[in-house]
Design a protein around this ligand. Structure first.
Ligand SMILES: [Zn+2]
Length: 264
């Protein structure tokens, strides 16, 4: 890889997990997580951040990101300014993986295995913990995921997952940018295009196109997020369908941590 500093070259690649995201963001926001299977990533502690924007990219496996990185100027830039980590994936399914990202708990501990389980669960996730501590939160997700947060956090936007994937991601980008203008303490946003293309049977070209659209969105998001905002971009699992399905260990996702670039 030309021009990309891979933090994993100098760090133990098994040291990080998706479970570390919630405790890392909680530490930045000054919140206590009641329980966690992960640990806060210490490297970001002295970056001076007091807000966080978590961008979940469905099916952003670590190898896939490395493969596409040369075409993605914005994620490349963030990786060079911050950290690009190879993070252990805790589930190959979306709902339990996202529940682990947002709770810091292993699937066997949060027991959120499907969309119905997400609605019924009493496990507290990061947006709920932040909102109950009085932090301004925005959640932008597909409709079912967003419904879980209705009435619990200040700003909730659901997007229909029956939209074509590029339209879904354009809408997620628009809503994320709009939410960032209000300078939330915590923002959680979700992009679907890579995963939908994998399920639709698209080859690498289709998946690359979806990833490039997302990279343009990341460019807009990083320009709007200020320097006190920790950006965390991560996959929920490696590609789990179609011709590019990851079928052997290690199952790892990409995780980028960096600061926003907007001044003040
Ligand atoms: Zn997924």
């Amino acid at each position: 890889m030309d021009g990309v500093i891979l933090t994993t070259d100098i760090m133990d690649t098994t040291a990080f997990s998706q479970l570390d995201i919630a405790p890392t963001i909680a530490a930045i926001l000054g919140l206590e997580m009641p329980q966690s299977d992960g640990k806060a990533i210490e490297a970001v502690a002295d970056w001076g951040c007091n807000k966080a924007a978590l961008i979940i990219l469905d099916s952003l496996g670590y190898d896939l990101l490395l493969h596409l990185m040369k075409d993605m100027p914005n994620m490349n830039q963030l990786s060079r300014d911050g950290l690009l980590l190879q993070a252990r994936s805790v589930s190959n399914r979306t709902t339990p993986a996202i529940a682990s990202i947002l709770s810091g708990l292993l699937p066997e501990h949060h027991q959120i295995l499907d969309k119905a389980g997400a609605k019924e669960s009493s496990i507290l996730s990061l947006p709920e913990i932040a909102a109950s501590a009085g932090e301004a939160c925005a959640v932008i997700m597909e409709q079912n995921g967003a419904d879980v947060y209705q009435g619990l956090v200040e700003s909730v936007h659901g997007i229909s997952d029956s939209l074509p994937p590029e339209q879904f991601d354009e809408e997620a980008c628009r809503l994320t940018c709009q939410a960032l203008l209000n300078r939330p303490n915590l923002l959680v946003s979700y992009f679907i295009g890579i995963d939908k293309n994998a399920h639709l049977g698209s080859g690498l070209d289709g998946i690359r196109k979806a990833a490039l659209l997302i990279d343009r969105c990341i460019g807009r998001i990083m320009a709007l997020a200020d320097e006190k905002t920790l950006l965390v971009i991560c996959g929920d699992h490696p590609i789990h369908a179609g011709a590019l399905k990851r079928d052997r260990k290690p199952y790892c996702v990409a995780m980028i941590l960096a600061r926003g670039r907007a001044s003040g």
